[in-house]
Write a protein that binds this ligand. Structure first.
Ligand code: NZQ
Ligand code: ZN
Length: 391
């Protein structure tokens, strides 16, 4: 186990009657707020009006940036940062899913950066040194962005999508009201659930240094929570208990607690970010397609015990099987869960993707050193083979 420092500054208001505290929280940070949101779901659901009421109650001067894209574009972030600089914005308010929150984090950092392009920060040409305060109202359970320092931004001109982590980018306050996710479509609910699971697999559970038993056990319980409640939410979107469990699972899957002390890899995420950079697909769906194929590819005598443990402890795989049989049954059970129970399409070709860019994507996924470190280290040739298994 590695030494670690655990810190998470985000204050959470969880539940259906908590939005009434938004006016107090936002007023703590100043008078001028930039409200950031996506393509309009918050107007259709009535959340926009509720938020506006709170901002008026706080006497805020409100500026708006709408139209944040799923897989948010760096140009949209630059637009937001320019508003902040021109209008002297004191605090940012993100109302939406991971894309809106990530764009807001990019704006918070770019607003304090002397350059005019957030891409410098995303590509780490310049460091994030200071940020504006951020409040979020989460509307989709998936990314954990509401309680982490991650920020993932796309450059559609160059087919690049990169993430960076900066503790300063953690939201100061996040409002998690499960009823705000009742309107999330079955497809986005399924994809978001795959994303939550992948954060646990990728960052800790299927990584190299699995030495903290307490955390492994909690990771399994969070995975089981998603396996139990995602199908409920897909079939009954207004089931409060299901939505609440998914929401809190999303935040805890990536807020440092579950993986501090582990060797942190991002294998499936690195492979998926290339898919959404080139094809603008839904992040969680890409992960659902990749994960079982990746596990099959790396299955060997060394990895089988861990994959088998997942099958037996999380997916109800028959305990009497051998390690290798159990691991194969675990992978099969995960496929059944994603592609039958949650109804996600199982192949990249179903999303209109062919092998044209696989070699380039595989090379980029492995970064400048040509290795994707993880449970098993992968080369570009390995990654290309995994993409082909997903076709
Ligand atoms: O744009 P609107 O109109 O709001 O519609 C969105 C969007 O079309 C819709 N939606 C959101 N909440 C809704 C709703 N529709 C109805 N009712 C609601 N309550 O859902 C669609 C997808 O939204 P998006 O924000 O793109 O989804 P998600 O939360 O899955 O975010 C994905 C982005 O986060 C990044 C991904 O790469 C991707 O760019 N990630 C961020 C991470 C982080 N910050 O730590 C880690 C993750 O691994 C991930 O990479
Ligand atoms: Zn993710």
């Amino acid at each position: 186990m590695r030494d670690f420092v655990f810190e998470n500054k985000t204050k959470i208001y969880f539940g259906k009657e908590q939005m009434c505290h938004l006016h107090e929280e936002v007023a703590r940070f100043g008078k001028r707020v930039l409200m950031v949101y996506g393509g309009g779901s918050i107007k259709r659901t009535g959340l926009y009006d509720k938020v506006m009421d709170e901002l008026q109650k706080a006497g805020m001067e409100v500026f708006e940036l709408s139209g944040v894209e799923p897989n948010p574009h760096h140009t949209t972030v630059n637009k937001g940062a320019a508003i902040c600089k021109k209008e002297g914005i004191d605090v940012l308010l993100a109302v939406g899913g991971g894309s809106t929150i990530d764009a807001t984090k990019g704006i918070a950092a770019a607003a304090k950066y002397e350059g005019d392009d957030v891409w410098d920060l995303v590509t780490q040409k310049a460091a994030v040194t200071e940020t504006l305060p951020i409040i979020t109202v989460l509307t989709l359970s998936a990314t954990g962005s509401e309680m982490d320092g991650g920020c993932v931004i796309s450059n559609v001109e160059t087919n690049e999508k990169y993430g960076y982590f900066a503790p300063d980018n953690n939201p100061d306050v996040s409002f998690l009201d499960p009823t705000n996710t009742f309107t999330v479509s079955p497809y986005q609910t399924a994809s978001g659930s795959a994303d939550i699971m992948s954060h646990i697999f990728d960052v800790a559970y299927f990584s190299k240094n699995q030495s903290m038993d307490m955390l492994l056990r909690i990771q399994e319980e969070v995975l089981k929570t998603v396996v139990k409640y995602a199908p409920v939410a897909v079939n009954k979107p207004d089931d409060y208990e299901a939505r609440a469990n998914l929401m809190w699972a999303s935040s805890w899957a990536l807020n440092n607690f579950l993986y501090d002390g582990f060797f942190q890899a991002t294998v499936c995420h690195s492979m998926e970010h290339e898919l959404s950079a080139f094809y603008d697909i839904t992040h969680g769906h890409g992960l659902a397609i990749l994960t079982p194929r990746w596990l099959s590819y790396i299955l060997n005598e060394e990895t089988a015990p861990f994959i088998c443990r997942f099958g037996m402890n999380v997916m109800d795989v028959d305990m009497s099987l051998t390690m290798m049989e159990g691991a194969k049954a675990a992978i099969k059970a995960l496929e059944t869960f994603f592609f039958e129970t949650l109804g996600l399409k199982s192949r990249l070709s179903d999303l209109g993707i062919d092998d044209k860019n696989f070699a380039l994507m595989a090379k980029k996924a492995c970064g400048p050193n040509g290795v994707l470190h993880g449970f098993t280290d992968l080369t570009p040739a390995d990654v290309e083979k995994i993409y082909r298994m997903c076709l």
